[in-house]
Ligand binder design. Structure first.
Ligand SMILES: NC(=O)c1ccc[n+]([C@@H]2O[C@H](COP(=O)([O-])OP(=O)(O)OC[C@H]3O[C@@H](n4cnc5c(N)ncnc54)[C@H](OP(=O)(O)O)[C@@H]3O)[C@@H](O)[C@H]2O)c1
Length: 231
C-alpha cells in the first residue's frame, strides 16, 4: 500500500516511522500541501484549515482519504460529505480500537440509563489546540442520537443555575504530556457508572489509521467510519 501522508506534525511523523518498519507499506508523500504526490491512499493528520485543499487534490486525482484531523466546523464537514460522493472517505476523530468500543458501550448504556445525568470529561497534553476533543464531541453525538436528539451540550459550567435534566456537560482538561483520556459518567440517585478510556501511546491511533486505510482501498465512494472497519 502506497501511503501519502498529509501533515508533517507529531502524528504524521509517528505514522511515517511506524509505516517504514512494515514491509507492505510505502510512504510516497509527506507534505502539508499536496501537489503532485501519487499513491493508493491519503492518511490525513494535519490541521483542519488544510482539509479543503486536500479534498480538492484527492477528488482531482481520485485517491481515497482516511481523515483523522479534528477541529473542523460544519462548513468543512459539508465539504467532506460532498467529496465522499466522488471518492471513498473514512472520517474518524479517534482511530483507536478501544475508543470505538467505548462509543458502542456508551450508546448501549445511554439507552438503558436514559434518566441518569451524563457528563463527559476529556484530558489531553498541553499542546493540543482544539477543545473539546473531537472524540469527546463524537461521544456526545452518539449519546444524543441514542436519546432522540433531546440533549443540549454545555461546555464547562459557570453561573448560578441548576443543572438541566436535558443537558450533557463537557469538560476539557489540558496539561503535561497526557496522550488522551476520555470519561463518560452516568449519575443516578445514589449510584454512578463510569466508562473510561486511557490512551497510553499515540501509536494506537496510527495502527487504527493504517487498518482503516487497508479497509478503504477498493471501496466505492461513500463516507465511512471506524464502525465499518471494525464490523
Ligand atoms: N483520529 C485520531 O485518532 C487522531 C489521533 C491523534 C490526533 N488526531 C488529530 O490529528 C491532527 C494532527 O495532530 P498532531 O498531533 O500531529 O498535530 P501537530 O503536531 O500540531 O501537526 C499538525 C499539522 O498541521 C499543521 N498546522 C498546525 N497548525 C496549523 C495552522 N494553524 N494552520 C495550518 N497548518 C497548521 C502543522 O504544521 P506545522 O508543524 O508547520 O505547524 C502540522 O503539519 C489534529 O487535528 C489532532 O487532533 C487525530
Amino acid at each position: 500500500m502506497k501511503i501519502i501522508i498529509h501533515g508533517r506534525g507529531t502524528m504524521s511523523s509517528l505514522l511515517k516511522s511506524v509505516a517504514e518498519t512494515e514491509e507492505d507499506l510505502e510512504i510516497t508523500g509527506f507534505a502539508d500541501e499536496l501537489t503532485e504526490e501519487k499513491g493508493d491512499i491519503i492518511i490525513d493528520f494535519s490541521h483542519f484549515s488544510r482539509i479543503p485543499n486536500m479534498l480538492k487534490f484527492a477528488v482531482n486525482n481520485n485517491i481515497p482519504i482516511v481523515i483523522c484531523t479534528t477541529g473542523y466546523d460544519d462548513k468543512i464537514l459539508g465539504q467532506i460529505k460532498e467529496a465522499s460522493s466522488k471518492i471513498p472517505i473514512l472520517l474518524s476523530s479517534n482511530t483507536s480500537i478501544g475508543i470505538n468500543l467505548m462509543n458502542d458501550l456508551v450508546s448501549k448504556i445511554s439507552a438503558i440509563l436514559n434518566n441518569f445525568d451524563i457528563e463527559i470529561l476529556e484530558t489531553h497534553h498541553n499542546k493540543k489546540a482544539d477543545s473539546p476533543s473531537g472524540t469527546a464531541k463524537t461521544l456526545f453525538n452518539i449519546i444524543n442520537e441514542t436519546l432522540e436528539n433531546k440533549m443540549n451540550l454545555v461546555n464547562g459550567r459557570e453561573g448560578n443555575h441548576k443543572r438541566d435534566k436535558n443537558e450533557i456537560g463537557m469538560h476539557s482538561i489540558r496539561g503535561g504530556s497526557v496522550v488522551g483520556e476520555h470519561r463518560v459518567i452516568f449519575y443516578g440517585d445514589d449510584e454512578s457508572i463510569e466508562i473510561k478510556h486511557t490512551a497510553m501511546s499515540k501509536k494506537i491511533f496510527v495502527h487504527g489509521a493504517i487498518k482503516s486505510a487497508k479497509f478503504l482501498i477498493g471501496k466505492k465512494p461513500n463516507l465511512y467510519s471506524m464502525k465499518d472497519v471494525l464490523s
